[in-house]
Design a protein around this ligand. Structure first.
Ligand code: ADP
Ligand code: ADP
Ligand code: MG
Length: 651
């Protein structure tokens, strides 16, 4: 076995590889970009070397910098993880030339499977079923259009050099073909530097079923069963599981043989995944699946296979790279229960799945029976815009599928993430979706059910806002109280006079807050408790996480960010909290100025008075446009919080 490894990757996968390497007794060498200096995979390593600035093109993708570190440190082998340089044959060759063992397949196999068209042609020859279509060399648009017609719509245009779900266009009608082709070619050229495409029949009710294979340098190739990755969005995996729902021993044997044949066709060794598309309209069948592509590396979702087989696939990668034989034969492999993985992302499903970066004020991922967490960030760390915004992979194992799904859903819902928004609730909803539960899977399930899965703009959670406002007001009171005691030296000052939030008994006040960017007033009573009806009847169990600039109110994967409004913010608009046009004192204090007279016309938001409290002036704004009526005080009067100063009548 090797005595040292350089891990040419970052985040959760760098940490996951490092843990196995350490267990196998290796010295762990990390490389990192400036943005990752404080990342857990860096501190975990025995030594770590900075290889450049944040953008991957200037760090994680620079062969020379990485190999310089390998030489300098004397690393015996290099593990590329997934993404980055993991499927780059030139990189694998450069490693060999530098005397470092590349923990991966032979460069020839990487190259053979690198382009989807060549890969299809190659495995087809080995008798593996491929998706019907055209994967030849001719790229003339008229010719391709004719091919699409012959294949029959719907078809899928795919970049031959594509990856990560990019460079694909589904076309349903002959008339739409040219435009889709042009846009696919543009994207392919921009993303992969290669505009060439192939055309495939779009498989109906498609299910993504892939097979984990493993080969050694002694000619053995076996498979570690299948994973179902049909839960996708934009052709990217969201939830993966093993085994595939509805799989039978007979169909599994057909999938396994096709995958192993594909591997043998390229002299494969190491870990690889053969991806198939299955026609799910009539259930999984031995003749109803087709080769799509092969990924010549460790896959993001490899943990579900580890959970059902009991093998550490990274350990096997190291053993194979060191020249050892596979420690197991096909007949000895067994499936134990069911495993499912969810990719927990810093993103907002409610707003088109926009990435949501920033500091993780809290990160408490729920552990539990059968739960495994592969994460690359920690509380206090940051999700940066430079890389994939994945926070963690949460993996659950159970005796059966329902148990695994329940465990994963519970773990997600019990997790606390404050700061970036996450897809936690979306994932949990997906795990509970009746079709998903029933194993009625296809790659369109998510897109068809966005609303049911909660991926729509949410209404503000008023109960959470009230809970947050109460906590913030209590904190502010305590702070003001402490400050007053410090100033006066009196310990028994009941503090009702100077306290900006204290109310006369029986009166109500409004805490002005900004929640999720929306300025609103929350009605509180004299004891600074929520006014009846303001919080709803159901007391919910919130987790509150305070950060420098805001309070995060968390409830089962949902986050409401709330802060006290700046009292001097004249743009603050708490109309709507009083539809009657009442102008109330925002706090206990002195009315130092009145800017309007009876019958005067005012604009919405116009300053009508100033209330002074704690030596600070607080503008009072008209809640709507109208005519001033019922001025109840003269300048100089003492006001309680929430008392009516005047009314703006609709005029
Ligand atoms: P999987 O099937 O394992 O999800 P993908 O092809 O989607 O495989 O990509 C695996 C990982 O590699 C993902 O995290 C993805 O963001 C990353 N990735 C994919 N393509 C590239 C690329 N060209 N450069 C860098 N990273 C990539
Ligand atoms: P990538 O390299 O981006 O992973 P793939 O060829 O693996 O590209 O395809 C990605 C996804 O697109 C698949 O998981 C599947 O959901 C969908 N897909 C690919 N080919 C087809 C097809 N012929 N019919 C239906 N869906 C397909
Ligand atoms: Mg793929």
């Amino acid at each position: 076995m090797f005595s040292s490894v350089l891990i040419a990757n970052r985040g959760e996968i760098a940490l996951r590889v490092a843990k196995t390497a350490r267990r196998l007794g290796m010295r762990v060498i990390a490389v990192y970009s400036e943005a990752d200096a404080d990342a857990p995979f860096v501190s975990f390593a025995d030594e770590a070397h900075c290889i450049g600035p944040a953008p991957a093109r200037e760090s994680y993708l620079v062969t020379q910098r990485i190999l310089d570190v390998a030489r300098k440190t004397g690393a015996q082998c290099l593990h590329p993880g997934y993404g980055f340089l993991s499927e780059n044959a030139e990189f694998a060759e450069a490693c060999a030339a530098a005397g470092v063992v590349f923990v991966g397949p032979p460069p020839s196999a990487v190259r053979a499977m690198g382009l989807k068209d060549a890969a299809k042609a190659l495995v087809e020859k080995a008798g593996v079923p491929v998706v019907p279509g055209y994967h030849g060399e001719i790229q003339d648009p008229a010719f391709l259009k004719e091919k699409a017609y012959q294949i029959g719509y719907p078809v899928l245009i795919k970049a031959v050099a594509g990856g990560g779900g990019k460079g694909m266009r589904r076309v349903d009608k002959h008339a739409d073909f040219e435009e889709a082709l042009a846009s696919c070619q543009r994207e392919a050229q921009n993303s992969f530097g290669d505009a060439r495409v192939l055309i495939e029949k779009y498989v109906t009710a498609p299910r993504h079923v892939e097979v984990q294979i493993f080969g050694d340098r002694h000619g053995n190739v076996i498979h570690f069963f299948e994973r179902d990755c049909s839960m996708q969005r934009r052709h990217q995996k969201v939830i993966e599981e093993a085994p595939a729902p509805g799989m039978t021993a007979e169909v599994r044997a057909a999938f396994g043989k096709a995958a192993v044949d594909a591997g043998k066709a390229v002299g494969y060794f190491g870990a690889g995944t053969v991806e198939f598309i299955a026609d799910g309209s009539k259930g999984l069948r031995p003749d109803g699946f087709y080769f799509m592509e092969m990924n010549t590396r460790l896959q993001v979702e490899h943990p579900v296979t580890e959970e059902i087989t009991g093998f550490d696939l990274v350990e096997l990668q190291f053993r194979v790279a060191a020249g050892e034989k596979l420690p197991v034969v096909q007949e000895d492999l067994r499936i134990d229960g069911h495993a499912v993985e969810a990719r927990l992302y810093a993103e907002e499903p409610e707003r088109g799945f926009l990435p949501s970066t920033g500091r993780l004020h809290a990160l408490r991922l729920a552990e539990g029976e059968g739960i495994r967490i592969d994460s690359g960030v920690i509380e206090g760390g940051e999700v940066t815009p430079f890389y994939d915004p994945m926070i963690a992979k949460v993996i659950a194992h159970g005796d059966n599928r329902d148990e695994a799904l329940d465990r994963l859903r519970d773990a997600l819902m019990a997790s606390v993430v404050a700061g970036p928004k996450t897809n936690t609730r979306f994932l949990a909803a997906l795990l509970d979706h009746p079709d998903f539960r029933a194993g009625k899977l296809d790659t369109g399930l998510i897109d068809r059910n966005l609303e049911a899965l909660g991926a729509v703009p949410p209404a503000l959670d008023r109960v959470a806002v009230t809970a947050g406002a109460l906590a913030l007001v209590a904190e502010e009171k305590a702070r003001l109280h402490a400050a007053a005691i410090a100033r006066s030296g009196w310990l028994d000052d009941p503090f009702t006079e100077a306290d900006g939030f204290a109310l006369a008994p029986g009166r109500r006040g409004i805490a002005r807050v900004v929640a999720e960017g929306e300025a609103i007033g929350v009605e509180l009573d004299a004891a600074c408790e929520a006014a009846p009806g303001a919080s709803g009847d159901n007391a919910r169990d919130f987790t509150l996480v305070g950060a420098e600039d805001a309070l995060y109110v968390l409830d089962r994967g949902r986050q409401t960010r709330i802060a006290l409004a700046d009292p001097l913010d004249v743009s603050f608009d708490d109309h709507g909290t009083d539809a009657g046009g009442n102008v109330k004192s925002p706090m206990h204090g002195k009315l130092v100025a009145l800017f309007v007279v009876e019958g005067e016309a005012v604009e919405k938001g116009q300053r009508v008075a100033i209330v002074e409290a704690m030596k600070m002036e607080h503008p009072v704004l008209a809640p709507r446009a109208g005519l001033v009526e019922g001025i109840a005080f003269e300048a100089g009067a003492q006001l309680g919080e929430g008392v009516r100063i005047m009314v703006i009548a609709e005029g």
